[in-house]
Design a protein around this ligand. Structure first.
Ligand code: ZN
Length: 156
C-alpha cells in the first residue's frame, strides 16, 4: 500500500473499510511515520469535530428537577407536600359553620315567626328543602375539592 492509498483509506468512513484494506493500512502505518502522524492528526480533528466543535447547550435539567423537588418536598418533616390551591380546610370548615348557624338562626328570627303564623306548617317544607340543598351542595363542593387530602388522611 502506498501513502496516497493509505490516506484515501483513512478518509473513508470506518464502517465501509473492508477488513483487508484495514489490515493493509495498519501494516503500512506500522512502518510509515508520516502516515502514522497524519492518521493521528486526522483522528484528533475528527474527535474534536464530533464532540467540541459545537458548544453544548446549557443543561437546565438538574436546576429544574431540583426546584421541583424543593417545591413538592418538605425537608423538615421529610414528606411530600400536597399544595391545595384556594381556601384551606380550616377556612372551609369555619365558613361551613357560619353558614349552618345563619341558616338555623332563621327559625329564631321575628320575621320567621310572623310568616310561619300566616302560612302555617307548610312553609317549613320548602325552607327545609332549601337548607338541605345548600348544606348538601356545600358539603359536596368541600369534599370534592379536597378528595386527595381526605383519601390521604382516611387511607381510602
Ligand atoms: Zn505512508
Amino acid at each position: 500500500m502506498k501513502c496516497d492509498d493509505a490516506l484515501d483509506t483513512v478518509y473513508e468512513s470506518e464502517e465501509t473499510i473492508p477488513f483487508g484494506k484495514r489490515l493493509g493500512l495498519a501494516f503500512h502505518i506500522l512502518f510509515c511515520g508520516s502516515c502514522a502522524s497524519n492518521l493521528e492528526t486526522y483522528e484528533k480533528i475528527r474527535s474534536l469535530l464530533r464532540r467540541d466543535f459545537f458548544p453544548p447547550s446549557p443543561d437546565f435539567c438538574d436546576t429544574i428537577m431540583d426546584s421541583i423537588y424543593h417545591s413538592t418536598f418538605d425537608e423538615v418533616n421529610d414528606e411530600p407536600v400536597f399544595e391545595t390551591y384556594g381556601f384551606s380546610v380550616r377556612s372551609w370548615i369555619i365558613v361551613g359553620i357560619i353558614m349552618l348557624l345563619s341558616l338555623t338562626s332563621i327559625f329564631f328570627g321575628q320575621d320567621f315567626v310572623n310568616i310561619a303564623q300566616d302560612q302555617g306548617s307548610s312553609f317549613l317544607l320548602p325552607l327545609g328543602i332549601i337548607i338541605g340543598i345548600v348544606i348538601t351542595g356545600y358539603g359536596a363542593l368541600f369534599i370534592g375539592s379536597h378528595l386527595k387530602e381526605f383519601s390521604e388522611r382516611f387511607k381510602l
